[in-house]
Ligand binder design. Structure first.
Ligand SMILES: Nc1ncnc2c1ncn2[C@@H]1O[C@H](COP(=O)(O)OP(=O)(O)O)[C@@H](O)[C@H]1O
Ligand SMILES: [Mg+2]
Length: 600
């Protein structure tokens, strides 16, 4: 945390950075709250150790329930005393304190995360509404050096006015969590978290303009998050004229640091353009420079289909909950209706195997019955989940995307067949670009994507990295130190697509290394490696032949002189002989014995 705003705030408050023995709770309390010890309402701890700057009066927790009074700590802590301290934690409060879990751990990363969340949402919304995405991104400086205004605008379907406060004003609210469909967002946490970070660091509200069609007016809303209630506080709500016929614009001011290079917005957009050749992105940098990423294809990727969960991927606890919540009247109906790949016949077979009546009421099954059902499900052979729910980028598009952004000598791409982890279908694509002006001495550049979103942080904690490191690149004539990425003038791209991406954290930076996933990644890379090795051997053969040719070429005149002297040839004969030898060399390896010199 060194250098972060939170750490700075901590130090500014006079905290010693050195470690000290941990004081007992009552000592700690006495130390921090000398004037409030006598039953006063305890102030909410500042989030992340930071003081919210410039929040409107009463913005934090306006209308919040009164906090329980904290009793003075007794000499011995009792359950009753603890009870006075125990209270619910709202999800917004939790993530306000733990904003690093969402990718807001330092100002540079925060800028990228905020832009990424908005752009990912725009691309998701456009694709769902089958609209070719056109997204503009503006990052504008403010009068404060460490604050920037971000505006992301799309031509998507827009958001109905009643939903705007819920989407932008509460964490864990979204349309993608309760379904199994390939999309960029899934947790319902992204954009509201970005707004909350802005509110926390600059005190400014999030401003949303959205319009759902030319016949409707645009809605403009300014809001902040009441973190205690995880609810929006709408500061302004009005209808407005907007030149845009349909779409959404999100604006916010956040504490941030702008820097180009690795892990920057520039890199994120470049990689987004590679994996989304159907999107047009227009980016205006804080310096006012305009970068346009034109679309390379004019058609949307095929629409991924939503699927029901596969029975083999459902855990016992989940099955219990599903049975309790089910509105189906019979067990067979429940199995058939809740899962994919369970026909009515298969549902009957499962019930029979579990020794249960297919007509039993799902919500009334006893815990023992559910256990039997669970084991029957897992011992019944079922078809793998359907795989048309995945929308790969495609080999051609991947190569085209790489060619557009990375000049190289050789490109290849592989799209694997879908596979399954924990009942979730997934698919891996890999591509490589070799040679050109890429650095030949350093480690290769690795581009990771999950559902078309570039992953720029936590590289070495990701299954994709493990897959690359575990591949034996030396088998393909590429240098590699043990346990490291290979070395050479190469970019490796890996795309993981699934109805549910198993991210290692809420900030969606790395993919968990399920063995099924790492296996697929390695298989895709091995195929790319084989093709690269063929290319390299071909190139080496050609280079060897060229080298030999140039040697021989150098000696041909000397051979002519030698033969003239040995055989007593005339100058014309020597010239003819030299010409013939050169012709032979040009034609490549001789198929028959070389001609004997004339006149011998
Ligand atoms: N630009 C947008 N256009 C249309 N709908 C949007 C847009 N941004 C967000 N949404 C809606 O808001 C929801 C919440 O967004 P978010 O907090 O980023 O979570 P997630 O993307 O993980 O679902 C999305 O599921 C989507 O339904
Ligand atoms: Mg999102």
């Amino acid at each position: 945390m060194t250098g972060t705003a939170a750490a700075r705030a901590g130090r500014a408050a006079g905290e010693s950075p050195r470690l000290r023995p941990v004081p007992r709770p009552e000592e700690r309390k006495a130390e921090r709250l000398p004037t409030r010890a006598k039953g006063a309402t305890e102030a909410k701890p500042p989030a992340g150790g930071e003081k919210p700057k410039g929040l409107p009066a009463g913005a934090e927790g306006r209308g919040a329930p009164a906090e329980p009074k904290a009793a003075a700590a007794p000499a011995t802590v009792t359950a009753e005393y603890l009870a006075t301290r125990q209270r619910e934690i709202s999800v917004a409060e939790f993530f306000q304190k733990n904003r690093h879990l969402l990718g807001f751990d330092n100002p540079r990363k925060a800028l990228l995360t905020a832009v990424k969340e908005a752009v990912d949402n725009s691309l998701d919304a456009c694709e769902e509404a089958r609209i070719l995405p056109e997204v503009t991104i503006e990052v504008k400086p403010t009068k404060f050096e460490d604050r920037f205004c971000i505006a992301v605008e799309d031509n998507g379907p827009g958001i109905v006015p009643e939903q705007i406060p819920k989407i932008f004003g509460s964490l864990l609210y979204g349309s993608k969590f309760h379904r199994l469909k390939m999309s960029r967002g899934q947790q319902g946490i992204g954009i509201s978290a970005a707004g909350m970070y802005g509110q926390l660091t600059t005190g400014k509200p999030v401003c949303i303009t959205s319009r759902t069609g030319p016949s409707k007016p645009a809605t403009y809303i300014e809001l902040q998050i009441n973190t205690t209630k995880n609810e929006a506080m709408v500061l302004r709500h009005e209808t407005r004229d907007w030149k845009v016929e349909r779409g959404t614009r999100v604006e916010m001011e956040i504490e941030a640091r702008y820097q180009k290079g690795r892990q920057s917005i520039d890199e994120y957009l470049e990689q987004t353009a590679i994996a989304n050749p159907h999107a047009r992105l227009v980016y205006t940098t804080p310096e006012g420079e305009r970068r346009v990423f034109e679309r390379a294809v004019d058609s949307l990727p095929p629409e991924p289909r939503e699927i029901r969960p596969h029975p083999h991927g459902v855990e016992l606890g989940m099955l219990i909950k599903m049975l309790k919540d089910s509105k189906e009247r019979t067990l067979a109906g429940f199995l058939h209706g809740s899962f994919c790949r369970v026909s009515t016949a298969v549902a009957g077979e499962i019930a029979k195997k579990a020794g249960l009546d297919p007509k039993a009421r799902p919500a009334r099954l006893s815990p023992e019955d559910v256990e039997k059902l669970y084991s029957a499900i897992n011992t019944t052979k079922l078809m793998s989940p359907p795989t048309d729910c995945l929308s790969p980028i495609g080999e051609e598009q991947l190569e085209a995307g790489l060619k557009k952004e990375i000049p190289a000598d050789f490109y290849t791409a592989v799209t694997r067949k879908p596979a399954v982890y924990r009942g979730n279908p997934f698919l891996v694509e890999a591509a490589i670009a070799w040679g050109g002006t890429q650095d030949a001495e350093g480690l290769v550049r690795l581009l990771r994507f999950a559902n078309r979103v570039p992953l720029l942080y936590q590289q070495s904690a990701c299954a994709i990295y493990d897959g690359v490191v575990d591949t034996q690149w030396r088998n393909y004539n590429v240098q590699q130190a043990k346990g490291a990425l290979p070395t050479g003038p190469m970019t490796i791209l890996v795309h993981f697509a699934s109805v549910w991406v198993p991210f290692t954290s809420e900030s969606k930076e790395a993919i968990a290394d399920y063995p099924e996933i790492t296996r697929e990644i390695k298989l895709a890379l091995q195929e790319c490696g084989r093709r690269l090795s063929q290319h390299l051997s071909r190139r080496r053969r050609i280079a060897d032949a060229e080298r030999k040719k140039s040697y021989i070429e150098k000696y041909i005149p000397h051979i002519g002189i030698g033969l003239r002297e040995i055989l007593g040839l005339s100058a014309a004969q020597e010239a003819r002989l030299v010409g013939k030898l050169k012709g032979l060399l040009e034609r490549g390896p001789a198929k028959s014995a070389p001609d004997t010199p004339e006149g011998s």
